[in-house]
Design a protein around this ligand. Sequence first.
Ligand code: AMP
Length: 286
Amino acid sequence: MRMVTSIPAMQRLAKKWQRAGTRIGLVPTMGYLHEGHLSLVKRARQLVGTQGKVVVSVYVNPTQFGPKEDFSRYPRDLNRDLILCRDAGADLVFAPHDGEMYPGKAAGLNSTYVVEEKLARGMEGAARPTHFRGVTTVVAKLFNIALPDVAVFGQKDFQQAAVLKRMTGDLNFPLKIVIAPTLREPDGLAMSSRNKYLDPEQRTQAVILYHALLAVSVAVKKKPLSAARLKADLKEFLSAAPLARLDYVELFDSETLEPVKQVKPGTHMALAVFFGKTRLIDNGRL
Ligand code: AMP
């Protein structure tokens, strides 16, 4: 497995592969990899086949973090990530430095961004106003750098996947977006690099996100319920985890991401919950 840090070197290689008719699968990540990420690597392998090339990008993208967020303390361990990627069957890790990805930024010379204006508005977009602009911009850059035929994203970040799918269609990037299921810890907590921040007590209580999804799913299978009523009940439900502070919960249509009034099986639910400074997200189809 190779590691590449330079954009021109990655582009040269990707063009060479393209010319040879080799399919390229890209898995964008911020590193500190866990089984959830590695399931995307394996999915990318299935999609491009044994003759294809699987590229994992490992880059903690500063433009998707707000000024008060955890960019500087976000966990990083590139050597460990390289071993995990190699063992999961990746062909190449693209791990650029900030100066490579945003050479003019410090001097105020980076002024081009990609913005999705509809699906990115609510939920994560409302809670983290510059987040999706950073995500769409960096992923558009990665598409232009790694020239993938297919890119794999996790349902764990449901809204992000929807925004990126829309961006890909709207801007005619010649590739397919594949969305893979959320991998969970044995107790149901969605795997996340940020779980590392949790102290033991927070970790125990963090499973409340998953339990909230299950509880609502069970409730709406009996009869449709009003979203307002469910949101109020959820606040009550979360009090079982005293360390949890709800940021938002939304019940919405999985295609349009528009909030619904009546919640029934098939409606999508997403929530963000703080444990101390750590912000966890989860979602699922009810
Ligand atoms: P991140 O490194 O957190 O930016 O995530 C990189 C990719 O991995 C994104 O497409 C995420 O949705 C995906 N991902 C993160 N956590 C999980 C998980 N628990 N299961 C599946 N995919 C995940």
